[in-house]
Design a protein around this ligand. Structure first.
Ligand SMILES: Nc1ncnc2c1ncn2[C@@H]1O[C@H](COP(=O)(O)OP(=O)(O)O)[C@@H](O)[C@H]1O
Ligand SMILES: [Mg+2]
Length: 328
């Protein structure tokens, strides 16, 4: 039988606030709230995979003894149970019951709160006010601007940010150690780069890489992510910049990239754009860079409006060669 492994994101989700990585100021404030055993309603906003749900669950663990969590905590996902009736009944019914003996208030965690209709939010606001003495809310959302202002003004707002490179790498190293993996620096950097600060995504990519091998190099990371290697994109550009440029070879690089990674013309334009933007001045003369970027924006537009991507990319390579020759 195939053994199905638990998701590492869940396996390695911090249980308590002191295990959360990054979000330092937020964690500090939350720890103070927990120590005082008192806090206002809270609104956690920010991009996915940065610790919003994790912090809410860590508060639960830090605040209530295990036996009392069931009776004192309710979790709702607003996008599943959207609408005014749920708020009116479910939340209200729970909010008005007294907390268990040793706790001073109960907690309602409402995830994806920005998916609630305006009516539901207004009903929620009333409930928040009415049962304020015995129930606290933690609302979680991606965009705080989608929460009505009367709710915002009743909450302490915590804006979570994409995690920094050092924090993502720290947690990946921690997991790698527990799982007895060897992950080299370059691979960690690549995992961070493609995650864009989303630790959930980085951990998932690490788990996918580990399913191939326990010795994880940057090649493995690229392989599982279908991530295009910057050097391969750069190779096409360099063919055009050479003293005796090689159009056929440049075009071959482009076609290989599209085939082996299944990239669309517009994907490739994005990769070219990124590479052109970060090649150093001594490899790419600044005027060629400007010309190339401006040609590329035209190619992007043309492909978007239905022109043949291969023809457009050929034209781009040809113009890049001409621009480069002009500078010699
Ligand atoms: N700040 C963090 N510290 C440690 N682990 C984190 C952090 N943020 C995300 N994670 C990891 O990513 C997973 C998803 O995080 P979660 O808190 O659910 O994200 P969201 O911000 O979308 O609610 C967690 O299970 C955990 O493994
Ligand atoms: Mg979440």
């Amino acid at each position: 039988m195939v053994k199905i492994e638990r998701m590492w994101t869940e396996l390695f989700r911090p249980k308590t606030l002191d295990e959360v990585v990054g979000q330092v100021d937020i964690v500090k404030s939350l720890e103070q709230f927990v120590r005082r055993v008192d806090f206002p309603h809270m609104l956690f906003s920010g991009p996915p995979g940065v610790g919003k749900t994790t912090c809410a669950e860590a508060i639960v663990n830090d605040l209530y003894p295990a036996a009392e969590r069931g009776g004192n905590v309710k979790r709702l996902n607003a996008s599943d149970d959207r609408g005014i009736n749920v708020v009116r009944q479910d939340i209200k019914n729970f909010a008005r019951i007294l907390p268990s003996s040793s706790s001073s208030f109960k907690l309602i965690i409402l995830d994806e709160a920005d998916q609630m209709t305006n009516d539901a939010q207004h009903a929620l606001r009333q409930t928040m006010e009415r049962y304020n003495e015995i129930t606290r809310f933690i609302l979680i959302c991606n965009y705080s601007s989608k929460i009505i202002s009367p709710i915002q003004s009743r909450c302490a707002i915590f804006r979570f940010r994409g995690l920094e490179k050092k924090d993502i790498k720290f947690q990946l190293r921690h997991i790698a150690k527990k799982k007895q993996l060897i992950v080299d620096e370059e691979a960690l950097d690549a995992l961070y780069e493609s995650s864009e600060g989303d630790l959930r995504q980085a951990i998932n990519a690490l788990q996918a890489s580990a399913s191939l091998t326990s010795d994880i190099s940057v090649e493995v990371v690229y392989q599982v992510q279908g991530y295009v290697k910057p050097v391969e994109v750069r190779a096409a550009i360099l063919e055009c910049l050479k003293e005796s440029p090689n159009f056929i070879s440049a075009r071959k690089h482009i076609q290989n990239l599209m085939e082996s990674y299944g990239l669309s013309g517009q994907d490739l334009v994005k990769h070219l754009n990124r590479e052109l933007g970060r090649m150093s001045d001594d490899v790419l003369h600044e005027f060629i860079r400007y010309e190339a970027l401006s040609m590329l924006s035209e190619v992007d537009y043309r492909i978007a409006t239905g022109c043949n991507p291969l023809i457009q990319l050929d034209a781009f390579l040809a113009k890049l060669i001409l621009a480069s020759q002009k500078q010699r």
